[in-house]
Design a protein around this ligand. Structure first.
Ligand SMILES: [Zn+2]
Length: 561
């Protein structure tokens, strides 16, 4: 691999929170690593006639941001079904479904994602509304949270769900007053339906969807993605995509542990990990096991320590008993898996921390990289435990704003003071824990730029007049960018990534402006001009970029060679 030298702009070597950003004027990549900085890098451009020289045009080359929690296969597949994501109201969803059906008159099923659950009161959608546009074509649509589905009457009939059907363990069939199914399925009721009743898209279409998803990531500078929910059938898609060199980012797979059969799954997951290693493609790994500790607050399936404010006596729907979760954590850690636990409610976060503490006690002291993802509601008493246990807190910072879902579906379920225990990013960061960031795409946009702005401002970048929501939980731009780079490197088990120091892996993004120097409301407008993964270009903007205003260096940055 040849030499690439970047000059003519700012090189952000390390967001380095706490000691000021480290920058340089030039950088050289050779054999996939950072080979030189500053004047040394410029000299290597002069000495090597074959070196590719990239003029940054006043822009910034920064460590590439990673994606700590997402569902690229689900996100990519949204494009295969009706375009309901763009709908702005209930009628918009129905119109999109009708349009898709008209364009695919022979389709045996309509499978789509994902819709905004605030379009119906309480997130409760009626099968009959869909029937009007689908007729008797069975239809299943997933909600934005991907824990809920809306089905039509033909789909209910195909699955044999009637008034007599009991709720599945860990799931809920929402019912009318007479007990008949309404058309909204929560948690296991939705997941079992998708796994056992709805058809899958053909393999080649799924590979295409995955490839398209990784291209979208490459186009925004991302070089590593955590797929946080992998089912057995997904592994074939990944193996095929990797073998055909159709992954444009690295992807690490988190295989979902089933509370009912995690003991049998141990051998299956070890086999999946072995198959992934055997194909020997460096963009694919399967190091991780996923645990859904609970559901989501909006449908009152998140596990809370105290009851829901608007439903006395209800604590949510934890998927694991404390004993089983701790036993599974100990077992999978012993087999060398990284653990990735979805925890939304404060009860789920405490359960997750307790299980990881048990694993650590069983396995003795050593460096670990376990992750609790979302950390949406955290009892303040549990804040210090992330640092104490060495647990990575993976937040989706775009959620740390007071939007319609928060106002209408979340805060009323929590009440005060718990509404202020949400996304305690600042508190967890200040406690010394490793924070990593992600998007949970397609739950929310995969774009890290508006999410970075939200971590800094605690409000939407589209509403600069809004007050910061829980302003003590803001973090500065350096800490926020470090969560996408240094934090992700730790989560990705890749200590050689996360910064552009000498000798590190050459994972970099070429931006129109320095994300550490830009005003928060301007961060979403920063353009991505190129992406390099271990020195290999995975995205380049066409046509060549024009930077209209010279980028301003971060006021606290210091020069280094
Ligand atoms: Zn997720």
């Amino acid at each position: 691999m040849g030499t690439i030298v970047f000059t003519g702009g700012t090189v952000l070597i390390d967001a380095a929170p706490g000691r000021g950003a480290l920058t340089s004027t030039a950088i050289a990549f050779r054999d996939g690593r950072v080979a030189a900085l500053g004047a040394d890098a410029e000299r290597s451009a002069a000495q090597d006639p074959d070196a590719e020289v990239v003029d940054l045009g006043g822009g910034t080359l920064a460590p590439a941001p990673g994606e700590g929690h997402a569902h690229p296969l689900l996100g990519g597949q949204e494009a295969l079904g009706p375009a309901i994501r763009g709908a702005s109201d209930l009628q918009g969803i129905l119109d999109a479904v009708a349009a898709w059906k008209a364009a695919h008159p022979d389709a045996a099923w309509i499978v789509g994602g994902s819709y905004d659950a605030t379009f119906a009161a309480g997130g409760l959608f009626d099968a009959r509304w869909l029937d009007e546009v689908t007729g008797d074509t069975p239809t299943i649509l997933r909600a934005w949270d991907y824990h809920t589905a809306w089905v039509n009457s033909a789909a209910l009939a195909a699955a044999g769900i009637t008034a007599e059907t009991p709720d599945p363990p860990l799931g809920r069939i929402v019912r009318r007053p007479d007990g008949s199914p309404l058309g909204t399925l929560q948690e296991a009721a939705a997941n079992d339906f998708l796994a056992n009743i709805a058809p899958r898209f053909p393999l080649e279409q799924r590979i295409e969807a995955l490839e398209r998803a990784t291209r979208s990531y490459a186009a925004q500078g991302t070089t590593w993605v955590q797929d946080a929910w992998v089912e057995p059938a997904d592994i074939e898609v990944y193996l095929a995509a990797a073998a055909q060199d159709r992954l444009h980012t690295r992807v690490n797979l988190a295989l979902r542990a089933d509370p009912a059969r995690w003991r049998e799954q141990l051998a299956e997951f070890a086999e999946a990990r072995r198959r992934v290693r055997k194909i020997g493609r460096d963009r694919l790994s399967a190091n991780t096991v996923k645990f859904f500790v609970d559901g989501v607050i909006e449908s009152r399936t998140a596990a809370l320590i105290a009851p829901y404010a608007d439903r006395p006596g209800e604590h949510g729907l934890p998927n694991w008993s404390p004993q089983e979760l701790a036993a599974a954590a100990v077992t999978y850690e012993t087999e060398g898996f990284q653990l990735h636990l979805h925890a939304i409610g404060d009860g789920a976060n405490r359960l997750a921390l307790d299980a990881l503490e048990a694993a650590i006690r069983a396995g003795g002291p050593r460096e670990r990289h376990h992750v609790i993802a979302h950390v949406a509601l955290l009892d303040p008493a549990d804040v210090p435990r992330f640092a104490e246990l060495g647990v990575i807190a993976n937040f989706e910072p775009y959620w740390a704003q007071c939007d319609a879902v928060m106002r209408e579906l979340t805060i009323p379920h929590l009440g005060h003071p718990r509404d202020e225990w949400q996304y305690l990013i600042g508190s967890v960061h200040r406690s010394g824990a490793t924070v990593s960031f992600g998007s949970d795409w397609p739950v929310t946009t995969l774009d890290w730029r508006p999410a970075l702005a939200t971590a800094i401002a605690r409000r939407s970048h589209t509403d600069p007049g809004a007050e910061a929501w829980l302003p003590d939980e803001r973090i500065d731009a350096a800490a926020a960018y470090a969560a996408y780079t240094r934090g992700i490197a730790r989560q990705a088990l890749a200590p050689d990534r996360g910064t552009l120091e000498l000798g590190r892996t050459a994972d970099a993004v070429w931006l129109s402006a320095d994300p550490l120097g830009a005003a928060p409301d301007a961060i979403a407008e920063i353009e991505v001009f190129g992406t390099w993964l271990a020195g290999i270009e995975t995205f380049r903007a066409q046509p060549a970029p024009r930077i209209s205003t010279p980028s301003t260096a971060s006021p606290h940055s210091k020069e280094t060679s």
